[in-house]
Design a protein around this ligand. Structure first.
Ligand code: TXE
Length: 478
């Protein structure tokens, strides 16, 4: 089945329209490299219009009850899950994601359903100041900007839009220039769901243009970003230099998995290869560094390698494919560059690259020096390092020897050790006898150190899109 691309215009104030200067950018197909679509590139003027539309729509949207806002969210959730096949094919074509592993429409629509009935943050009250009753009010921040990446565009769109809207904010979202089509598809669904104009605005365009304009905009009060650590730093500076907007960041990772010699080796090998194989290694939480106890290293490596290299690489729209190409030429070239670097420092134990197009063969390096570049930087491909360790302290020290801190895993049957290690690992999430992708929608998700700011989840996201106001009431005679 070939997807019908319905829209490539910008969605501003409830209408689709070309960019103000009518310029477009070319979107190549990840599977063929051929032109897939010409998408309108938002200009500064378009960003200003979208923010102005959101600012105008905000008061009436915020004044609705959570129940009334929730009714729009439920309609959108239904439309997204009904569009599962279309959305899967759009992502397969634009960024190579196999349709066989496309759970995003189901996962994404769950976010809208959850926030349509979420327990809203409640203010508090106190009598702790003599003569006063103090109360706190939770209020939406106003205009929220969302900047999303290309690796799981629909999931990120839903994780940001649903809580921001439920909290009463109006949103301007910019998709990634590598994967704008599913966001535009959702824009059409937003229109079908009957959202008031301006409450949701969806722009396409590049980072330094439309993205930077949003990050610097004086009327954007909060910005939720998922992407690279490098871009996070740039956005952070723009936010500070403009109006100190609130920032919610989910950045990259270099996630470690530690496998002790009492672990269930079959499970550990199966899980860890799935984590780095999923979406061709293009997930922020993929366990790209594995530390295995010397006593079981050989057995683990054999099982890991067998599973990791039994991939079915091919056309992402074929339901039998479980590994698609990298998202584009740039990502493909980046991964190949890291593989070349790896060969200078570690030992390659898988075949040399032979795959055509933007595909990368699953790649394993062993005995890689801790200070080498492939141990430090996010590769974002099906490339893993497997090093051995002798002691618990050594494994934890090496696992923590990174500027990232998104996800970590520990495999052992010893509960004391598992909990000791979990408490010492510097990561926003730790899996015990399990690894990423994370399973808990209600557990806070986000990074320590260079991996992010704040946490996202069913229970935590809404709070990040609200202000807390203290109101002090002087009561005579109290
Ligand atoms: O990311 P960018 P890219 C990592 C991963 C990958 C690398 C590069 O290692 O190989 O980043 O990917 C917008 N002002 N992750 O170049 O640049 C951009 O338009 C404002 C990990 O695609 O961070 C897009 O919408 N916005 C990550 C979004 O930021 C800017 C997912 C992400 O793009 C901007 C993606 C600017 N100056 C990549 N520059 C994860 N955490 O999962 C870019 N953008």
């Amino acid at each position: 089945m070939t997807s019908k691309i319905i829209e490539t215009r910008l969605f501003i104030n409830g209408e689709f329209r070309p960019s103000s200067n009518e310029e477009t950018f070319d979107l190549p197909s990840a599977r063929s490299g051929e032109l897939l679509a010409r998408v309108y590139e938002a200009t500064n003027e378009d960003v200003n219009d979208a923010v102005a539309a959101a600012k105008t729509a905000f008061p009436a949207w915020a004044a609705l009850s959570p129940y009334e806002r929730g009714r729009f969210l439920v309609k959108l959730a239904d439309l997204i899950s009904e569009s599962h096949i279309e959305l899967a094919h759009l992502e397969a074509e634009s960024m190579g994601r196999p349709v066989s592993s496309y759970f995003d429409a189901v996962a994404g629509s769950k976010w809208f359903r959850y926030f349509s009935e979420a327990a809203y943050p409640q203010g508090s009250s106190s009598l702790n100041t003599p003569g006063y009753i103090n109360i706190t009010l939770k209020q939406p921040v106003g205009v929220v900007a969302a900047i999303i990446p290309w690796n799981a565009p629909l999931v990120f769109l839903c994780k940001k839009l649903a809580p921001a809207l439920a909290a009463g904010n109006a949103v301007v979202l910019k998709s990634s220039e590598k994967a704008p089509l599913t966001s535009l598809y959702v824009a059409d669904l937003v229109k079908k769901a009957g959202f008031p104009p301006g409450v949701v605005n969806i722009l396409s365009g590049h980072g330094p243009g439309a993205g930077a304009a949003l990050a610097s905009h004086m009327d954007v009060r909060a910005l939720s970003f998922t992407g690279s650590n490098r871009t996070g730093k740039l956005i952070s500076k723009m936010a500070t230099d403009s109006n100190m907007k609130k920032l919610i960041f989910e950045l990259g990772g270099k996630s470690p998995a530690i496998i002790f010699d009492d672990a269930d080796v079959d499970t550990a090998a199966r899980d860890t290869q799935f984590s780095i194989h999923l979406m061709s290694g293009q997930t922020c939480m993929a366990n790209s560094r594995i530390y295995v106890h010397r006593n079981i290293a050989e057995r683990f490596l054999e099982k890991f390698k067998t599973a990791f290299t039994s991939n079915r690489m091919g056309d992402p729209t074929d339901p039998n494919t479980n590994q698609g190409p990298q998202a584009d030429k740039i990502q493909h070239a980046t991964v190949l560059r890291y593989i070349e670097m790896g060969k200078q420092t570690g030992t390659l134990v898988t075949d040399e690259q032979s795959a055509p197009g933007f595909f990368i063969n699953p790649t394993i390096f062993i005995d890689v020096p801790e200070d080498s570049q492939i141990m430090k930087e996010e590769i974002f491909g099906p490339v893993v390092t497997i090093n051995t360790f002798d002691t618990e302290a050594e494994a934890v020290a090496n696992a923590n020897n990174t500027e990232y801190g998104l996800y970590a895993a520990v495999y052992t049957k010893d509960l004391d050790r598992a909990m000791r290690v979990a408490s010492r690992l510097e990561a926003g999430t730790v899996g015990v006898n399990c690894t990423s992708p994370t399973k808990g929608d209600d557990t806070p998700f986000g990074g320590q150190k260079g991996s992010g700011l704040q946490r996202e989840s069913y229970l935590h996201s809404i709070e990040t899109f609200m202000e807390t106001k203290s109101v002090l009431i002087k009561v005579v005679g109290l």
